[in-house]
Each structure stands twice: as C-alpha cells, then as structure tokens.
Design a protein around this ligand. Structure first.
Ligand SMILES: C[S@@+](CC[C@H](N)C(=O)[O-])C[C@H]1O[C@@H](n2cnc3c(N)ncnc32)[C@H](O)[C@@H]1O
Length: 201
C-alpha cells in the first residue's frame, strides 16, 4: 500500500504542522456554491470526504445545514474540529477510511470535494469514482474542485486534466459543470476546475 493510502502518513503531517494544503478558511468557490443553495437544501445529507480541518463543514454547520457528515482517517483534524464546533453532532464525525464506508449504512444527497481526490493514490481514482457513486443516492451530486494542473511529482497533490476527469467520471456520472473556477483562493487561481456531476441512473 502506498503511504498516502495510510492514515499515519496524514496524521504525521497534522502532528508536524506540515499542512501546506490547508487554506485556513472555507474555499471561496465552495462558499459561493453553498450560499446560493435554497433553504430546502438545509436538511439534505451531505458528505465531506478527506475533510481535514473541515472549514467547509464548519461553514455548512454555521449556515444551518443539519445533516453534514465529515470523514477523515487522520484523527488529529477531527479532534480539532470537534473542539472548534462542540455542538456539531459527534455521530457525524467519522474517523474512517472513505474507501471502507458502507453504502448500506451511508447514503448522501451530495458530496463536497475539496482536495481529497488529489490526495489519494492516483491508481485508486476509478475506485474513488465507484465508491462516490455508491455512497450517493439516485441522482445524488458530486460538487467541488479538482486541480486543473499536472504537478508531475510522486507525492500529493496529484493533479490532473479536464480530459482525464471527463473520461474517468463518465463511467458513473453525468457531468453538469466542469469549468475553470474564476474566484479560487489566490494561491489556487487558474489551477482549479469547479465541478458538478450527478450519478447516472
Ligand atoms: C490534502 S488533505 C485536504 C484536507 C481538506 N480537504 C482541506 O482542503 O484542507 C487530504 C485529507 O484527506 C484525508 N484522507 C486521505 N485519504 C483518505 C482516506 N482514504 N479516507 C479518509 N480520509 C483520507 C487526509 O487525512 C487529509 O486530511
């Protein structure tokens, strides 16, 4: 198994504060997406996988979304999140491997992707697509950001291209939006695609 597939690789990064990916705030394009959702979305079942310090989860919670679940297999960021948000339901804080979540136990209306896809071993990308589709309800949505950049390194973030994503996700998803994100965080300007896809029937 590659180190990035093991919790200890990430836990060590949090313990040594080597978390260069952490923006310290909700990602601006995702905040904009959340802000335009109707009130009727507030009780939808939402998953944020590989959530890390989970600024998006915190923001959804602050905005009154009542059914948000966080999964990360590194315990450190989950403990930190629980301290910051003592009223967040602990049953929705899952310290687990995303790939082992059972679709019989968990079904979501939508999933918010934020630097999780780029963190997994690239050889597991089809597995990611299958697992994501399995965890979503019929017509469920995958919304978020994917890097529009190839980093060419053998450590995360593992980037990619629109052409690769279109081909890879087509196995299980219909693509509604996959376009450059124009209001990304300054550190990621010009290197992100905003995506919205739905599970195929
Ligand atoms: C690059 S970090 C991104 C964290 C957060 N989304 C952010 O943008 O700050 C990737 C996160 O995914 C988690 N992770 C990686 N593989 C995982 C897996 N198979 N199951 C659950 N969490 C995983 C890591 O522990 C880490 O917190």
């Amino acid at each position: 198994m590659e180190p990035v597939s093991e919790a200890k690789f990430w836990q060590q990064r949090y313990e040594t504060d080597s978390i260069g990916w952490d923006m310290g705030e909700v990602s601006p394009p995702l905040k904009a997406y959340i802000d335009q959702l109707p009130k009727s979305a507030k009780d939808q079942a939402i998953l944020v996988p590989g959530a890390g310090n989970a600024y998006e989860v915190g923001y959804l919670h602050e905005q009154g979304f009542t059914n948000v679940t966080l999964v990360d297999f590194a315990p450190a960021p989950i403990a930190a999140f629980a301290q910051r948000y003592p009223k967040f339901p602990t049953k929705n804080l899952l310290c687990a491997d995303f790939f082992t979540l059972s679709a019989e136990d968990y079904q979501f209306d939508w999933v918010l992707e934020q630097t999780f896809f780029c963190a997994i071993d690239p050889s597991r990308r089809d597995e990611y697509v299958q697992q994501m589709a399995a965890l979503l309800k019929p017509k469920g949505k995958l919304v978020g950001l994917l890097f529009d950049k190839v980093f060419g390194r053998d450590e995360p973030p593992f980037g990619g291209t629109k052409a690769e994503y279109e081909q890879r996700f087509a196995a299980s998803f219909g693509i509604d939006i996959m376009e450059p994100s124009y209001h990304s965080h300054p550190a990621r300007q010009g290197s992100e695609l905003f995506v919205k896809m739905h599970v195929k029937d």
